[in-house]
Design a protein around this ligand. Structure first.
Ligand code: CA
Length: 649
C-alpha cells in the first residue's frame, strides 16, 4: 500500500540495526554487489550507486522543497535502519508470472529546522528503489504537503551515453493532444545532448555507463496522490527530476503534486547491470508496489482484431466491424476492438446488436473513448464521457449490460496529478463494472499492472499507427522495434497494436506505405512486444493473402508469459529474447539493422539436437517453417530487417 505505516508493516523479515547521527550511511544488495551510499555534506544530502565497486551513478542530490519550507538544506542524518524485505507474488500480465523480491531496505531519518522525513532505499541484486516518506510535521499539526520541487537528481560519469525519448511540448500534435510519450529516441547520444523540445526526457531512461554497464531509470507506484515525473536536460549535478509542465492540461491544474501526511513520494527506480539482461528482465516496476484494490472479476487476456489500424476511421461501421469480428473468430481470438466514432456511425442501440453478434462468435468487444474533456481539441467521439464520474459510471453500466470486455481510453492530458487521478478513477469505476482498461495517447504506466487488477496496457510509444501515417516510420521501424524490449517495454505493458501481414499499410494491401520488415520479423515482434492483450494489425484479406504458416503462428502465439530471458542484443540494433509460456520456450531473434547479423546459438534455452519449430525467411525473404534439430553452438545468419523464431515442443 501507499502509506508510510503500512509499508513498514509489510517488511517481512525485520532485521534492524540502528545507528547514531552519521555523515554517511550505506546499504548493499543481498549479493553485496550493488551498494548505495547516502552522504550528508554541509547540510545537503546526496547518494551514489556502485556495482562491483564501480560507479554506476555518481554523486546525485536528494531532498525536496515543500510549500512550507526547504527540505534539502541544513539536514542532519539522525539515525538509520536496515531491514530485509522478502516478498513473493504472482502477476499474470507482465514479463514473468512470479516475482520474488529480496532486498535490503535502508531508512535514513533526517531533519532540519523545518521538519523531518525518511529517505528509503530498497536495494535488491540489480534494482534500487527509493522514495521520501514524510510524517506529519510541526509536532503533528501539519497534515498535508504540497511538493514545489524535488531536488532529486541522477548523475553519471562523463563517458556515459544515453538512449532517451524527449518530452514533448504540451498542447501540440494531433488536435493538441501531446505530450503522450510518442517521440523518437536519440540513440547512444552524449550525456549532455540537448533534448529535442528542451523539456528533458520521458521515463524510462536508458544509460550506457562507458564499458562498465547499463542503467535504466524510471519510477513506479505513481497513483492519484502524485504527478508523473520525467528527467530534465542534463544539468551541472545530473538529470533533475522534473514534474509535469504547467502548460499541460491546457494550463489548467497545478504542476506541483500534493498529498496527505503521513505520505510518500513515488518510488524512483534504478536498474543496474553489467550486461543488458538485468535491464530487459527487470521487475523494478512491480517489486515495491501493492494492489490498490482487489477484484472478484476474472479478467481474461488474449488476442484481438481491430479494424482501425489498417481500415482507419471509415471502417467504424456495423458491417466492417462484423468483418473484424468474423476475422477474430476465424483466428480463434477473444476480442475485437471497436475504435473511434462508433457512437455516431453505429450508435449505442446497434452496439448492443454488434456485441450480441460478437458473442455468438465467441468474441467480446473492447470499446473506444476519448478521455477529453477540456484538455485537447479531439473530434473523434465519444468525448466528454470518461472525464466525469457521473457520465462515466452511467456509460460503464451500459457497457456491462451489453457484455463488453473493456474500454480503450485515448488522448489524455499529460502528467499532472489531476490526470493521474483520472486514470485511477477510470480504472476503479471500470473494475466496478467488470471492465478491463487499455490506455492510448497516454503516459507510461508506473507499476499499474500490480496496482490495478483490471489494467491491461498502455500505448505510450510511437506505436503501429505511425507506420500507417508516414513512410518514414516504416523505414525506421527496424531500429525502433529493437528499442522497446530494452526501454519502454522493460518497465510496463505496451499496447503496440502491431504485427502486420499486409505488405502495404492500406486497406487495399496494394498501395500506401511499404513495410520494410520481413514476415518473420513481424512474427518475432509478437514475442518481443509484451502486452497481455495483443490487438494485432491483421485484416480479413490476410486470411487468404498472408502465408498460412504465419497465420497459424498468430493463432497460437501466447500473450502472457511465465518467464523472460534476455540472451543477446543491443538497443536499436538487434535482440535475441526467450519467453516461456505453458511450458514452451518462444525465442525471438530479430535484426533491425541494414546489415546481416551472425548470432551464436549457444545460450538459447534448448538442448543440443532438441526438436523445435523454426520460422525463418528464405533467401528471397519468404517465410518458411520447418521442424529442425536445434544446433547448440552454431552460427545463425539473420538478414537485415529479418528474423528467426523458435518454438519449443
Ligand atoms: Ca497514439
Amino acid at each position: 500500500m501507499h502509506t508510510y505505516v503500512k509499508t513498514m508493516a509489510l517488511v517481512a523479515a525485520f532485521v534492524t540495526t540502528l545507528t547514531c547521527a552519521a555523515k554517511t550511511v550505506e546499504v548493499a544488495s543481498p549479493d553485496n554487489r550493488l551498494v548505495v551510499k547516502i552522504s550528508e555534506e554541509g547540510g545537503a544530502l546526496s547518494y551514489v550507486v556502485n556495482y562491483d565497486g564501480q560507479a554506476m551513478l555518481t554523486k546525485s542530490r536528494l531532498g525536496f522543497v515543500a510549500e512550507f519550507g526547504d527540505f534539502s538544506k541544513g539536514l542532519t542524518i539522525d539515525s538509520s535502519t536496515i531491514s530485509r524485505v522478502d516478498n513473493e507474488f504472482d502477476l499474470d500480465r507482465i514479463k514473468t508470472a512470479h516475482v520474488h523480491y529480496v532486498a535490503n531496505e535502508l531508512k535514513a531519518y533526517v531533519h532540519n529546522n523545518i521538519g523531518s522525513y525518511v529517505v528509503t532505499f530498497s536495494v535488491s541484486d540489480n534494482d534500487v528503489a527509493f522514495r521520501y516518506e514524510v510524517p506529519r510535521q510541526n509536532r503533528g499539526e501539519r497534515g498535508c504537503i504540497r511538493m514545489m520541487k524535488e531536488q532529486t537528481t541522477f548523475n553519471f560519469s562523463d563517458n556515459t551515453t544515453t538512449f532517451l525519448c524527449p518530452q514533448s511540448d504540451a498542447m501540440i500534435g494531433w488536435k493538441r493532444s501531446k505530450p503522450s510519450y510518442e517521440e523518437e529516441y536519440a540513440l547512444d547520444a552524449p550525456l549532455t545532448a540537448k533534448s529535442k523540445f528542451g523539456h528533458g526526457y520521458t521515463f524510462p531512461c536508458l544509460f550506457k555507463v562507458g564499458e562498465v554497464g547499463w542503467v535504466l531509470v524510471s519510477e513506479t507506484g505513481v497513483d492519484s496522490r502524485y504527478c508523473a515525473s520525467h528527467l530534465s536536460d542534463y544539468a551541472s549535478e545530473g538529470y533533475e527530476l522534473a514534474f509535469a509542465m504547467q502548460e499541460e492540461n491546457n494550463g489548467n491544474g497545478t504542476a506541483e503534486p500534493a498529498f496527505a501526511l503521513p505520505g510518500v513520494t513515488p518510488w524512483r527506480t534504478i536498474t543496474v547491470g553489467k550486461t543488458l539482461a538485468p535491464i530487459v528482465e527487470t521487475t523494478a516496476a512491480w517489486n515495491t508496489v501493492r494492489p490498490l484494490y482487489s477484484t472478484d472479476n476474472k479478467y481474461v487476456y488474449g488476442k484481438g482484431t481491430w479494424s482501425w489500424i489498417l481500415w482507419q476511421d471509415n471502417s467504424i461501421n456495423y458491417d466492417d466491424q462484423v468483418a473484424f469480428i468474423d476475422l477474430a473468430a476465424a483466428m480463434g481470438y477473444s476480442y475485437t476492438l471497436v475504435d473511434c466514432a462508433w457512437d455516431i456511425n453505429i450508435g449505442h442501440e446497434r452496439m448492443k446488436q454488434l456485441a450480441d453478434y460478437a458473442r455468438s462468435k465467441g468474441v467480446k468487444l473492447f470499446v473506444w473513448y476519448s478521455s477529453s474533456g477540456y484538455w485537447n481539441d479531439i473530434v473523434q467521439s465519444p468525448i466528454n464521457i470518461m472525464d466525469r464520474a457521473i457520465t462515466r459510471k452511467a456509460e460503464m453500466k451500459w457497457l456491462k449490460e451489453i457484455g463488453a470486455a473493456g474500454i480503450k481510453v485515448d488522448f489524455f492530458a499529460g502528467d499532472k496529478q489531476e490526470t493521474l487521478r483520472l486514470y485511477e478513477d477510470i480504472l476503479s469505476d471500470a473494475n466496478d463494472n467488470g471492465l478491463m482498461v487499455i490506455f492510448h495517447g497516454c503516459t507510461l504506466p508506473r507499476g499499474w499492472e500490480r496496482m490495478y487488477p483490471n489494467y491491461v496496457g498502455s500505448e505510450a510509444v510511437l506505436a503501429s499507427e505511425n507506420l500507417i501515417f508516414e513512410q518514414h516510420f516504416c523505414d525506421v521501424f527496424g531500429t525502433n522495434a529493437m528499442l522497446h524490449p530494452f526501454v519502454r517495454n522493460a518497465v510496463g505493458c505496451m499496447e503496440f497494436g502491431g504485427c502486420f501481414m499486409n505488405k502495404y499499410m492500406h486497406r487495399s494491401n496494394a498501395k500506401g506505405n511499404v513495410r520494410r520488415t520481413s514476415d518473420v520479423f513481424e512474427l518475432a515482434t509478437t514475442i518481443l512486444f509484451q502486452n497481455p492483450i495483443q490487438n494485432f494489425a491483421l485484416a480479413p484479406n490476410n486470411l487468404t493473402d498472408a502465408p498460412k504458416i504465419c497465420m497459424d503462428f498468430l493463432r497460437s502465439v501466447p500473450t502472457t508469459w511465465d518467464e523472460t530471458r534476455f540472451i543477446d542484443g543491443y538497443p536499436g540494433k538487434y535482440i535475441v529474447l526467450a519467453r516461456k509460456s505453458g511450458g514452451k520456450w518462444y525465442v525471438a531473434i530479430a535484426n533491425g539493422t541494414d546489415k546481416e547479423l551472425s548470432i551464436n546459438t549457444m545460450n538459447l534455452p534448448f538442448a543440443d539436437k532438441e526438436l523445435v519449430d523454426c520460422y525463418s525467411d528464405d533467401k528471397a525473404g519468404k517465410p518458411t517453417f520447418a521442424e529442425v534439430k536445434y544446433k547448440k553452438n552454431a552460427k545463425l545468419r539473420v538478414a537485415p530487417l529479418s528474423g528467426v523464431v523458435y518454438v519449443g515442443k
